[in-house]
Design a protein around this ligand. Sequence first.
Ligand SMILES: Cc1cc2nc3c(=O)[nH]c(=O)nc-3n(C[C@H](O)[C@H](O)[C@H](O)COP(=O)(O)OP(=O)(O)OC[C@H]3O[C@@H](n4cnc5c(N)ncnc54)[C@H](O)[C@@H]3O)c2cc1C
Length: 384
Amino acid sequence: MDFYSTYANLTDEQNLIMRSTRDWVNQVIRPDINKYFQEGVVHPEAFMGLAEIGAFGLIIPENYGGCGMDFVSFGLMMQELERCDSSIRVVSSIQTSLVMYAIHEFGSEAQKEYYLPRLASGELMGAFGLTEPDFGSNPSGMICRFDVSNEHILLQGSKMWIGNSENADLSIVWAKNSENEVCGIIIEKGKVSNFTSNTFQDKWSFRSSKTGELIFNESKVPIQNLLPNTKGIQSAYKCLNIGRFAVAWGSLGIAMECFDTALKYSQERLQFGKPIGSKQLIQKKLASMATEITKAQLLCMQLARLMDQGESHYAQVSMAKRNNVKMAQAVAMESRQILGGMGISTEYPIMRHMINLETLITYQGTNEIHELIIGRELTGFDAF
Ligand SMILES: Cc1cc2nc3c(=O)[nH]c(=O)nc-3n(C[C@H](O)[C@H](O)[C@H](O)COP(=O)(O)OP(=O)(O)OC[C@H]3O[C@@H](n4cnc5c(N)ncnc54)[C@H](O)[C@@H]3O)c2cc1C
């Protein structure tokens, strides 16, 4: 679906990223994704497959093992991964937007040289620990804290709803120092004491993705694992900004997949002797969906171009994330309706996407939090 030729001016490289990601997803992930989703299991090919296609660190410079590509390419990749399932986009996004980006932006040269190539190749799996049981939308209130003692950091507290939790080899954990400043710390499995992690088994959404807790009990972490260049909670938000950009493009991928499914179905399904697509009420739904998707495509493309020029600001990312998730929810609902009873069948992906969208509307800043960010930008008043 490209009604306004939004993708017409892509470079050969950007086009290649979009098409090769789509091909990989279709060949490797799509055939079994329903099964893994229903079983609540991570797709076994996802992690190393994503490493092989360069989906870890696409925007990280090549000298650190990344691909040194632009935000348009990154967005297109997120669109194609999530078009299949959120669990696939989220693995790539956590690794790139939240973990590699954090180390690249705030790490020492030694940390970048050691960790980034290993994260890019899939030798290490990352996680990002910001949310706490009592601090979700307001992470700056966090109670996770650390003291520095001789050669070590002593870390106390817990993080909740963390993607990859139990499987991660390293996590970027955000905690307050004795002066109440939020800092980022690299927590590496095997190099931290009194640390446990778990996976939350009972969830309806993001079924093919692990989410759980990271728990620290006076945990000793080598002092060298402190990210030296973080500057308070704003540093965590900088990473989230890249994550939110990925969600905006990913939601677009979901909407395009739901729309394509509904359009094809409407052209093939006969009722009252004619394809349902020939009925005005169905065409109205399709026209509305196509319009909303087109607007979201334009939003995403312009945002990516602003980011490539270094000219975007937080509220623009918030607007794209908020709009595209809401838009995808509405498109998924209408698409499911066009499929009638078949809409609830696992033969079609729409209900799986609807369920995943319940996470997208909440995480990486809830819908309301993005309204407040946009409102603050417009009015100058902080309504948090
Ligand atoms: C599947 C999944 C994966 C996740 N992965 C990660 C991860 O990898 N790392 C990580 O750190 N976190 C992760 N999260 C956590 C996620 O970011 C939080 O769930 C989110 O920030 C919301 O926090 P909360 O759940 O505590 O909701 P709350 O903050 O308690 O919000 C509850 C409701 O109140 C509303 N609300 C809050 N404040 C205001 C206000 N000022 N005005 C109006 N309304 C308000 C919210 O919009 C929401 O509707 C994940 C969450 C999920 C569900």
